[in-house]
Every structure is written in C-alpha cells, then in structure tokens.
Design a protein around this ligand. Structure first.
Ligand code: DP6
Length: 336
C-alpha cells in the first residue's frame, strides 16, 4: 500500500451487476462486529432474476460521497456506503469521493437481501473503477466488510461462506461449491408486504448474540448443518436439502424470537405460506421454504414443480405477488 494515497487526475467509473442471494444454512451472529466477521458459516443460492446494478464514479471534484438509490438521493444510507468505500480507498491507495448510483429490481430492505447484491455490485464496480486487479477471494473479503451476506453474491450458483478463524478476517470469505448447471433449482418468492422490515439483520443478529440464552447452541450446531447441506447439494438429494434448510431457517427464527426483546419477522401470510409449502411437499411436490430477516417466503423447488408452487403461493390470502428466479451467475461488470 502506498504511504500516501494517490489523487485521481480525472473521474474513474465502472458498473457492475450482482444477483441477490439467500441462505439455505443461515448466517446469524458475528464473531467481530467491527470487521464484520461471521460467527457461523453459511450456504446460499445466488439468484438470476433479482439483482442490483451499481455504477460508481470516483471524482476528485466531489466534496463527499453521494448515494442515489432507485433513482432518488438516499443521504440516510450514505454513511454505511462511505465507511465501506473508505476501506476500498485505503486498499487501493486512492483519495477521491464517489457518487454511487444503485438500483434494485426488487423491494429494498424487505428481506430480499438487497445489502448482499448491493455491496457485491459496489465492490466489483469500485475495484474496476480504481483499476485494482483483485481476485474473487479478495473481492469476497471486501464485500463481506460491507455486509456479511454480500461476500456470497460475488459467486454464482451454490456458495459457501466460511466462518474463518483469523482475527483479520482474511479467511472469512465465500467460495463457490457448485454452479447453477449442477442442479438448476428454481425459486418462487412470495411477497407478503412491500414495507421495510422493522429491525435490520445487522441489529437483529447483534441483539440475538447479546441476549438469547440459546446463542451458543446455535453456533455449535452450525457445522453439522453445513456438512449435511454440502452433502445434499453434491448428491442432489432434494429431501435431505429440504430438511436441513427448513431446519436452519426455523432455528434462526426461533433463536431470533428468543432474543430480548424477541424479534418477529413473520407476518400471518408468511406463516400461511409455510404451511402451504409443507402441505405441497407432503403431497410429493419437491419444494421447501426459507425465510430471512423479513416476512417474504422463498420456496425452493425442482424446475418441474415451479408452476404448481407458483399457483399455490398466489392462492394464499395476503400474497401480493410471486417472483420467480432460477440460479444465476456471480457479480460481474457490465457496460451501462
Ligand atoms: C437473515 O448480511 O444483512 O439474511 O453482515 O450485518 O450486513 P450484515 O448482515 P446481513 O445478514 C443476513 C442475514 C440473513 C441470513 C443470511 O443471509 O445468511
């Protein structure tokens, strides 16, 4: 790293797109808050149809970082972006503020993992704008500093995030475990509200780690779930993946409910969807659910089952929309 940061002579810009991801084996809890190091590993799917597109422009004439989200200035969210860009600037040895324009093609912050695709796209765009030739592992490490789940959206298909052991976090990175063609599962997301969630995941998991009497048990069990999910994915064993993934989602929510004050991310429609999905599976339809820190329900199914699953979720009272997606690629640059 240069002793003093280099000034840019002219603006430097790049654009990147990253798919949302959601975890089958959940990340909930940090071993280091400042560096954003997870206390548990996780396994996720990167989606094709839900994505974030981000353009970053480092400009020596700017007096501060600026953020435009879905076409509107978003100064209230700019500090988190600035803190992250400070890390990128320090690593790149560059001094210049940036204008970040980012757009999601799905509701922001309603439990569809916008921070994951957002920070993954921003990491890849910022690295390219500053002409940094960082490998994917380094991009994943940087994205993790922005948001833990973002480390996973650097990669496509089935992805595992490592808890890591080092205090620096250099081994708390994601890696791909199978690409989308290995097992082209489909996802139907039932949108049960368009409102923002009450307690974000960063705050929710911190409260859980500090107050839940069951937190240590959750951390200790995680390696078993990760090993089972890895096996089920390698063997394309749907029943097994369904069991361990639903178990992890329900354990995460049970744990969150056991925080003080308890965190309630489900609404009544969420619960109806879970029952509907369980009933479908009991009837032989290959589908299972997961839910993140919000009330939307993600139904994961074999492709043959997608029409049945979509129709069943649309039929649930309170479901506003059902968004479908296959598994997608990792974060990449694009020409806007
Ligand atoms: C419930 O990655 O949003 O979606 O690291 O604080 O930014 P920070 O948290 P974040 O948490 C995601 C939590 C989850 C489960 C998961 O994606 O694994």
């Amino acid at each position: 790293m240069p002793a003093s940061p280099r000034e840019l002579d002219a603006p430097a810009a790049a654009s990147a797109r990253a798919g949302a991801n959601f975890a089958l084996i959940k990340y909930w809890g940090k071993r280091d808050v400042a560096l954003n190091l997870p206390d548990v590993g996780s396994i996720s799917l990167t989606l094709e149809a839900l994505h974030t597109e981000t353009t970053v422009r480092f400009d020596p004439t700017l007096a501060a970082d600026e953020l435009v989200l879905d076409g509107e200035p978003a100064p209230e969210r700019a500090p988190r972006i600035s803190t992250f860009l400070d890390v990128v600037r320090e690593r790149a040895g560059v001094r210049a503020f940036a204008r970040v324009e980012t757009a999601n093609n799905f509701p922001t912050a309603a439990g569809l993992a916008s921070s994951a695709s957002g920070f993954a796209a921003l990491t890849v765009a910022a690295a390219a704008a500053l002409e940094q030739d960082w490998d994917e592992r380094t991009l994943s490490e940087l994205a993790r500093i922005g948001s833990g789940s973002a480390a996973r959206s650097i990669f496509g298909g089935f992805v595992e995030m490592k808890r890591g052991r080092y205090r620096t976090g250099s081994d708390s990175v994601a890696k791909p475990i199978a690409d989308a063609r290995h097992w082209p599962l489909q996802v139907a997301v039932a949108i049960t509200t368009r409102a923002e969630k009450a307690v974000g995941s960063t705050e929710g998991m911190q409260r859980t780690a500090e107050t839940s009497p069951f937190y240590r048990a959750w951390v200790e069990n995680q390696e078993n779930d990760l090993a089972e999910a890895r096996d089920a994915i390698a063997n394309k064993d749907f029943e097994h993946l369904a069991e361990v993934s639903e178990g992890s989602a329900l354990a995460m929510h049970g744990l969150a409910m056991s925080a003080r004050p308890g965190l309630l991310y489900f609404n009544a429609t969420t619960m109806e969807c879970l029952h509907r999905i369980r009933a479908l599976r009991a009837d032989g339809v290959p589908v299972f659910f997961t839910v993140d820190a919000g009330p939307q329900v993600k139904a994961i199914c074999e492709s043959v089952a997608l029409p049945t699953v979509r129709d069943a979720l649309r039929d649930v009272d309170g479901v506003l929309d059902v968004v479908e997606s296959g598994l997608g690629p990792g974060a990449a640059l694009y020409a806007p």
